[in-house]
Design a protein around this ligand. Structure first.
Ligand SMILES: [Ca+2]
Length: 185
């Protein structure tokens, strides 16, 4: 659901209408709105992403058969990024969420960053993970701060201190979804 001031105000305004209008809202209103999947990627291919160094797809580990995305640390590589190629348009969208599965193993001062951007230049850190996830874990993030933005890019980062200790992140089944604002009143 889109719990923001605009949706709320509209709903309140409509509630001032007659009983028939309110009944119509009850049957067609926000509670029946379904979330739209704006991007779903099981990493069968590398169509939607780009990487600077160290990123790609692999069949070593996966949730949905038979590939996932991976970034591996190597000596002298400080940052491996996996970045959405084309921005997602969230105009008139709300309740935006990001979900994916991750399998994380970081050593030393290496870490896995989940980042989002409204311009492809400045990146906000959504989460910062280190250590061993002990297998695949589902991650879910609220991206409502990006609701209605005409531009959203997601970036996964394996940050390394340049040491030779191995770290790896695997990512699968990335899903970005949101409600259509019109469908929630
Ligand atoms: Ca997959």
């Amino acid at each position: 659901m889109c719990i923001d001031s605009q949706a709320h105000t509209t709903s309140q305004t409509k509630s001032a209408g007659n009983v028939k209008d309110r009944m119509a809202e009850t049957t067609t209103g926000p509670f029946l709105a379904s979330k739209m999947v704006l991007l779903y990627d099981p990493f069968d291919n590398w169509t939607y992403w780009k990487t600077d160094l160290g990123g790609g797809i692999t069949n070593i580990n996966y949730v949905s058969p038979s590939q996932s995305a991976v970034a591996l640390s190597h000596y002298m590589i400080v940052n491996s990024t996996i970045t959405l190629k084309d921005p997602i348009n969230l105009t008139d969208k709300c309740g935006t969420t990001l979900e994916f599965y991750a399998r994380v193993y970081t050593t030393n001062n290496h870490w896995f960053g989940i980042e989002a951007s409204k311009d492809g230049i400045n990146w906000d850190t959504i989460d910062h993970i280190s250590g061993d996830s002990n297998g695949w874990v589902k991650k879910e993030y609220d991206l409502k701060n990006y609701d209605n933005s005409p531009y959203l890019k997601i970036q996964f980062r394996l940050a390394s201190d340049g040491s030779t200790s191995p770290s790896s992140i695997y990512i699968d089944d990335v899903t970005i979804s949101a409600f259509d604002r019109a469908s929630v009143g």
